[in-house]
Design a protein around this ligand. Structure first.
Ligand code: SF4
Length: 371
């Protein structure tokens, strides 16, 4: 059995979070502002969420709540709402935050008010205490996914370094299975730590990339790093011997599913050394739907009817579309010698009941792959 290298707690330095930071305070103090984004210290009670509470088959850890990258299709907006409502119920919000929240739709609050889990490394260190139940379960092979509901390398990380603190704790505990999902080349700042973790644990970095088209990416993921910078990050991680691949998720029907473009994407990332490519079609639930469907009406009005028919009363594309997509990726990955990976983030399984087919204008990929 793997042994703990050094199981000491990693202390958080209160000074790092500004003069207003007070661990005992019930308020969520403002600790930084950048342009239109506000950052609040939000020490968590738990940071390692077990599979039972998330309904997914892995543990998840999110150093932040909210995400400044603001992807139009982001499914994680619900998590922010819970925090806001809990904070509001417990009267933990400072007046200016409550005011700001009241003035913007929840989907926008997710992008503009970021909660920093200032004590995440400390909590993780406690949770992984040698011999604890969590430590035993994790040594048994269950994965920890960092970034299931936020990007752990969004701009906040440059300043607050919570993700780095989390990795420092993980580096002390060999024998774990760790997955990191990000869109940001900032992850290469931590190459030293990632390489160290890789020597004792199984580590895989998933870089999200749904298109090579810079302008299209800017429209869909307004504040995310460019596609080229993500591919450069992939190259650097691979050069450091770190397992890294691409999540082409979600594939957006009628927008990013042109087979020629996807073929070029798989080719490009295979050349950059990706160890796998994972893909799945867009799924849309509650708060994500409230943001994405109006966006389609405005930016892609010719697709609005098809999207309404497909996602208006359900959450996923039709079965034929999903099957066509899976076949396409398997074939394309084989062509470029890269492994096609099954999705990790998706807890719904393939047996979900399809709700309606996709419109004719969304069938380009299906037509090419169904032969
Ligand atoms: S990077 Fe991920 S968490 Fe952040 S907005 Fe985009 S999809 Fe959501």
């Amino acid at each position: 059995m793997a042994k703990t290298i050094r199981a000491k707690a990693v202390p958080i330095q209160p000074g790092l979070f500004g003069p207003d930071y007070d661990r005992k305070s019930r308020l969520l103090p403002l600790i930084d502002e950048q342009k239109d984004i506000s950052y609040y210290a939000a020490p968590a009670k738990n940071v390692l969420n077990p599979p039972e509470t998330t309904g997914m088959d892995f543990w998840s850890l999110n150093p932040y709540t909210g995400c400044a990258f603001g992807c139009t299709y982001c499914y994680a907006r619900y998590a922010h709402r819970y925090v806001m409502e809990r904070a509001s119920d417990a009267r933990r919000m400072e007046d200016p935050l409550a005011e700001k929240y009241a003035q913007m739709p929840p989907w926008l609050a997710f992008e503009r008010n970021i909660f920093v889990k200032t004590n995440a490394p400390e909590l993780l260190s406690r949770a992984l205490r040698h011999g604890s139940d969590k430590h035993r379960q994790l040594l048994g092979g269950q994965a920890i996914l960092i970034g299931s509901a936020t990007d752990p390398y969004q701009p906040a990380e440059r300043r607050f370094r919570v993700t780095r603190g989390v990795l420092e704790v993980l580096a002390m505990h060999p024998g774990l299975r760790i997955v990191i999902i990000t869109k940001s080349p900032l992850i290469t700042r931590d190459v030293d730590l990632l390489a160290r973790i890789s020597r004792h644990s199984t580590l895989s970095v998933h870089i999200s990339l749904i298109t090579l088209d810079r302008e299209l990416a800017r429209k869909l993921e307004p504040r995310s790093p460019t596609p080229e910078s993500r591919i450069r990050a992939l190259t650097r991680l691979r050069a450091a011997g770190i397992d890294a691949g691409i999540n082409c998720m979600p594939v957006l029907p009628g927008i990013t599913d042109n087979p020629r473009d996807l073929d070029a994407l798989v080719k490009r990332v295979a050349e950059a050394g990706a160890t796998y490519v994972g893909a799945c079609a867009l799924r849309l639930r509650g708060s994500a739907k409230q943001r994405y469907l109006p966006f389609i009406e405005t930016e892609f009005p010719h697709l609005a009817r098809s999207y309404r028919a497909t996602y208006g009363h359900g959450h996923e594309a039709g079965a034929r579309y999903r099957e066509g997509l899976a076949m396409f990726f398997e074939r394309t990955c084989a062509k470029y010698g890269v492994r096609a990976s099954s999705r990790i983030r998706d807890g719904d399984g393939d047996d979900a009941v399809p709700v309606g087919g996709v419109g004719a204008d969304m069938l380009q990929l299906e037509l090419l792959t169904a032969t």
